[in-house]
Design a protein around this ligand. Structure first.
Ligand code: GTP
Ligand code: MG
Length: 175
């Protein structure tokens, strides 16, 4: 069994904790409380493409509120993977995600950190396309320019959530 440390970063209320809970507990809460400091959870998966390989993710779900920003380095230091989450219905959240990408690249350098840009709340745009403010193509282009993995998801329906961890698991396994 391989073990990797994964950190979630991104603006408050983009849905970091909801993504983690979908992945770890397969549940969703409409009224989730904002995270204080950070929360730790873990989950084990079997890689779909190498089904004898089990990967354990040790997950640090950080708090997005500004007052906790200075704690973040404690959680991304020594991380193997990072999910940088934004909300596809909130324009400012992508800019915030991009500043996390810059910070990670400056502070962590190229120590084989796998970064995945994650656009959450896909269900809201399926319900009402007018709610989308970040185009898939724009986010995708930014991600490929920066060498990041990219996935749009819904923590509410679960769409795309396990795909993130499968893709990251595969990448960490082969590198
Ligand atoms: P902080 O802990 O403050 O950094 O926020 P967070 O990024 O952890 O956000 P959280 O998971 O607490 O979600 C914020 C709100 O968005 C909650 O009310 C969730 O129910 C809601 N939410 C999260 N993901 C989704 C989603 O995929 N779709 C919809 N419709 N709502 C979501
Ligand atoms: Mg949270």
């Amino acid at each position: 069994m391989l073990q990797f440390k994964l950190v979630l970063l991104g603006d408050s209320s983009v849905g970091k904790s909801s993504i983690v809970h979908r992945f770890v507990k397969d549940s969703f809460d409409e009224f989730r409380e904002s995270t204080i400091g950070a929360a730790f959870l873990s989950q084990t998966i079997k890689l779909e493409k190498q089904d004898d390989v089990t990967i354990k993710f040790e997950i640090w779900d950080t708090a997005g509120q500004e007052r906790y920003k200075s704690l973040a380095p404690m959680y991304y230091r020594n991380a193997n993977a990072a999910l940088i989450v934004y909300d596809i219905t909130q324009p400012d959240s992508l800019a915030k995600a991009q500043s996390w990408v810059d910070e990670l690249k400056n502070k962590v350098g190229d120590q084989d950190l796998v970064i995945c840009l994650v656009g959450n709340k896909l269900d809201l745009c399926e319900e009402d396309p007018q709610k989308r403010v970040v185009d898939t193509e724009d986010a995708q282009r930014y991600a490929s320019e920066q060498g990041l993995l990219f996935q749009e998801v819904s923590a509410k329906t679960g769409a795309g959530v396990t795909d993130i961890f499968q893709t990251i698991g595969e990448k960490l396994y082969v590198q």
